[in-house]
Write a protein that binds this ligand. Structure first.
Ligand SMILES: Nc1ncnc2c1ncn2[C@@H]1O[C@H](COP(=O)(O)OP(=O)(O)OP(=O)(O)O)[C@@H](O)[C@H]1O
Ligand SMILES: O=P(O)(O)O[C@H]1[C@H](O)[C@@H](O)[C@H](OP(=O)(O)O)[C@@H](OP(=O)(O)O)[C@H]1O
Length: 379
């Protein structure tokens, strides 16, 4: 039900933007302020994103700054075969489903020299909460960050699960799948065992994860290649021990999209995690995940309830970068780092920028999906 509407919206949105410079391409609008430049001086970064992500991330300020640095941002038309579009010097994407994966494979077979950020198999690990946090356990123990204990519930009554005995209440029930839908952000905070009965309202499969008291402050770390930027946000408040025993209160409560909340006044003076620690965790995760574009949510256990350990609770692919201060220049820098030394159409010589057939005959040095994956293995 969800996807056809999204595709329709995307088609409409793509149809609204002006075609400029190269026939057959659909592009982000050229910023009014930039002076005319010959087409060949530009790099072209193709982006394949849902309409909501386009409107949050591909803002005029980003398009303008990238253009100043000779990078133009071009929307992929997802209603047409990807391999026939371009030429692109770099492709970034966050789309769901097998058909899109097949399009990427075909694109890389036809254009092996074009880096695709990121590899679909690596992104897939973040689309399932059972595998999402596995990379954290791969970080060296000396880094000092963990994940809350959790179990996966595949449809059976969670009360019947023998493993549940190992978890301590309160728990958070989270949908297993992370698929960009509103439902994938609908959760329940479960205070005691009888609260698990109400979970039948949430669609299984689910993850039941231990809630960690953390003073209502969450740290969101935005990763863009080698850069990591940490911001603080509001989060769920601590759950006092007596709330777990109070049978006159609701045994579970629903919530959604908490981490979009600003920091509550009371938490405003909260210490940020040390920059060196943030960088170390971000670097370790980037290597373990093999991804360039993601953010992760980290909390610090309240000292009155524990010993101040850090926990990672969520990792998101291609997050809302516009919420990060200075995102325009960070994203443009990232594109420039990922781009090859020469624009692809300039490598092919004058007049060949539109010639897809010529590129099929001359596939270049071969740095498509495979190159990005091998860079990752070496990192
Ligand atoms: N184990 C936990 N302990 C304490 N609080 C938690 C825990 N897990 C989640 N939360 C709280 O619930 C919120 C939502 O959880 P989570 O990040 O897993 O969901 P999400 O829908 O994927 O979030 P986002 O919109 O940031 O992607 C967190 O921002 C945090 O406030
Ligand atoms: O598109 P889905 O799969 O629903 O994932 C969301 C993430 O879960 C959120 O974490 C992103 O917001 P933040 O950048 O505030 O983390 C959010 O970014 P958005 O503000 O661009 O929608 C999304 O990436």
């Amino acid at each position: 039900m969800h996807k056809p509407r999204q595709q329709h919206e995307q088609h409409r949105l793509v149809g609204q933007v002006a075609a400029w410079c190269l026939p057959g391409l659909i592009m982000a609008p050229e910023p009014q302020s930039s002076s005319p430049r010959p087409c060949h001086s530009y790099y072209t970064v193709g982006y394949a994103l849902l309409p909501s992500k386009v409107s949050s991330v591909v803002q005029p300020s980003l398009v303008a700054l990238a253009a100043e640095r000779e990078v133009r941002l071009v929307a992929v038309d997802v209603t047409r075969p990807l391999a026939e579009q371009g030429p692109f010097d770099l492709l970034v994407h966050k789309m769901y489903g097998r058909a899109w994966r097949a399009q990427l494979e075909e694109f890389s077979a036809v254009h092996p020299s074009v880096p695709v950020v990121d590899a679909p198999a690596a992104i897939d690990r973040l689309l399932d909460r059972a595998t999402m946090l596995n990379a954290v356990s791969g970080l060296s123990a000396s880094v000092g960050v963990g994940v809350p204990r959790q179990v996966v519930v595949n449809g059976a009554d969670p009360n019947d699960l023998p493993v549940l005995g190992a978890l301590r209440f309160p728990l958070i029930a989270k949908p297993l799948a992370v698929d960009g839908s509103a439902e994938s952000h609908e959760m329940r905070l479960v205070y005691r065992r009888d609260g698990l009965r109400g979970l039948r309202g949430l669609r299984a499969p689910l993850v039941l994860q231990e809630f960690v008291n953390h003073g209502g402050v969450l740290y969101k770390i935005y990763v863009l290649g080698d850069r990591a930027t940490c911001v603080s946000r509001g989060s769920l408040p601590d759950v006092p021990q007596n709330r777990l025993l109070d049978v006159d209160t609701e045994p579970s409560v629903p919530f959604a999209n908490i981490s979009n909340q600003p920091l509550p006044d009371a938490a405003n003076g909260a210490d940020m995690p040390p920059a060196g620690f943030v960088d170390e965790v971000a670097r370790g995760l980037r290597r373990a995940l093999g991804l360039h574009l993601f953010n992760f949510d980290m909390i610090r256990e309240s000292e009155e309830h524990g010993c101040g350990r850090y926990f990672i609770i969520d990792i998101n692919y291609f997050p809302g970068y516009a919420k990060m201060p200075g995102y325009e220049s960070a994203l443009t820098d990232f594109f420039l780092e990922m781009l090859p030394a020469t624009p692809v159409h300039a490598q092919l010589g004058p007049g060949s920028g539109l010639d897809i057939e010529a590129r099929k005959l001359d596939p270049g040095p071969g740095i498509g999906l495979r190159k990005v994956e091998s860079d990752r293995a070496q990192a």
